[in-house]
Design a protein around this ligand. Structure first.
Ligand SMILES: Cc1cc2nc3c(=O)[nH]c(=O)nc-3n(C[C@H](O)[C@H](O)[C@H](O)COP(=O)(O)OP(=O)(O)OC[C@H]3O[C@@H](n4cnc5c(N)ncnc54)[C@H](O)[C@@H]3O)c2cc1C
Length: 406
């Protein structure tokens, strides 16, 4: 396919990758419309990408070279030990072939690789999208103006405006629990003295009744940081509502949720890990309700969805960034093989629709097993943990996303 105008709504991980793919593929004009005014990198938290996905995405050009990453090799599952071992007791270890990234540094690497021909406009909030009579799609902006493009890509995250136009029936579904996440300077671990062997190459998963907490190192702009994500239900008698994605501001840590977190750390965590998480500056603790969402279609008319706009996968699967970059790879491949926008959209939906739905289903199983219906962790043997893990995968090769078909 040659030429054409493309608007990408959202300029985060998926948006930068898709804009790059469209420009490299030969679109005449690519515009990114990002509502954020300031620096997106201020959102910095950790995420991981499976090593095999990183190799594939490096080869396709979707993951630029040279972005700081920290190698992780093993994952230890630990419980608070009745005998009082400060670091807890390891109940299972498994391979964990991932690299961890700092969100802001990953975004910066993707943003810097967006070709100069792409116009990246910040402070542009898209309020709606609809088919244009002339065969394209029209984007409406917050200032009341409208712009027409041959193709509009929704890379606008879990509350996507473009998805509302393409799949009005699909709405994020609240999983019934939230995550608290935070990060702090890894050098501060020295304040705790000894008590646990916080091996930098290992991910630690603290297991407790009704939840889990994943802790790992990430690179940071000023040196290594410790990143953690704790999944558990919110206070039962609390006043907060999470059932609708608009009911809770992203990131909001209320006094009630801060107290609940402190009580959880005190009651359920091995002392070392409770004290480690308490090193986090309260300004660096965020709360996020966990949602999932699958869409019946990822492209139709002149609209296409990528990243979290196309499917919201519970984070247990550690696949969100890789999936967004795979979407951009599929977009580029679809463009190369298509003679028209219609052919591009069909090829993209055929490749990415089922992949997204499978990820959502796998992450739901992971969430059920690791938060909603946790086993009696302390009684689990190694072989029982292995069988428990395999039952979550249910035939999938691993977490972290699947290889793209060649
Ligand atoms: C706790 C947690 C842990 C995670 N851990 C991992 C992990 O380990 N590994 C992993 O791969 N992934 C992880 N993820 C997921 C990953 O961060 C996302 O899936 C990935 O970044 C894809 O994001 P995106 O670009 O599609 O959407 P987003 O990053 O949400 O970006 C959407 C963009 O669109 C903009 N926007 C929204 N609406 C509009 C509008 N109307 N007009 C204009 N702009 C708009 C927003 O400002 C934003 O910049 C995790 C997520 C969470 C919450």
């Amino acid at each position: 396919m040659r030429g054409g105008t493309v608007a990408v709504v959202g300029g985060s991980i998926a948006g930068c990758a898709i804009a790059t793919a469209a420009a490299r593929a030969g679109a005449d004009e690519v515009v990114v419309l990002e509502r954020t005014q300031g620096r997106l990198q201020d959102r910095g938290v950790g995420l991981c990408v499976h090593d095999e996905r990183a190799v594939e995405l490096g080869a396709s050009g979707a993951l630029p070279e040279g972005i700081a990453a920290h190698r992780l090799e093993r994952r230890r599952w630990i419980v608070r030990d009745g005998a009082g071992e400060p670091g807890g007791r390891v109940i299972w270890e498994q391979p964990f072939p991932f690299h961890s990234y700092h969100w802001g540094l990953l975004w910066r690497g993707l943003r810097e690789s967006v070709p100069d021909s792409v116009v990246y406009r910040q402070g542009e909030t898209v309020t709606g999208v609809e088919a244009a009579g002339t065969g394209g799609a029209e984007v409406r902006l917050a200032d009341g103006s409208a712009e027409r493009y041959d193709l509009v890509v929704g890379a606008d995250g879990y509350r996507s405006v473009v998805r509302a136009a393409l799949c009005p029936e699909s709405r994020p579904h609240y999983a019934g629990y939230v995550c608290w996440r935070g990060n702090f300077d890894a050098a501060r671990l020295a304040e705790l003295g000894s008590g646990a062997d916080s091996v930098p190459e290992a991910v630690t998963t603290v297991c407790f009744p009704g939840g889990t907490c994943v802790v790992y190192r990430i690179p940071g702009p000023d040196g290594p940081r410790v990143n953690w994500v704790l999944y558990a239900p919110p206070p039962r008698d609390g006043q907060l509502r999470f059932d609708d994605p608009t009911s809770f501001p992203p990131g909001g840590l209320t006094a009630e949720l801060a107290r609940h977190l402190a009580a959880l750390l005190d009651r359920e965590f091995p002392p070392y890990w409770g004290r480690a998480l308490a090193l986090t500056d309260p300004a660096d603790v965020f709360v996020q309700p966990i949602y999932d969402l699958e869409t019946p279609r990822t492209a139709a008319g002149r609209l296409l969805l990528a990243g979290d706009a196309a499917s919201v996968v519970r984070p247990h699967n550690t696949s969100g960034a890789a999936k967004a970059l795979q979407d951009a790879t599929a977009f580029a491949e679809g463009w190369r093989g298509a003679d028209s926008v219609e052919e591009l959209l069909l090829a993209y939906d055929t490749a990415r629709g089922p992949a997204g739905r499978e990820l959502v289903a796998l992450a739901r199983r992971l969430g059920r097993a690791q938060v909603e219906q946790t086993p009696a962790w302390s009684a689990m043997s190694g072989p029982e943990m292995t069988a428990w893990w395999q039952s979550q995968l249910a035939g999938a090769a691993s977490i972290g996303g699947q290889a793209m078909p060649r």
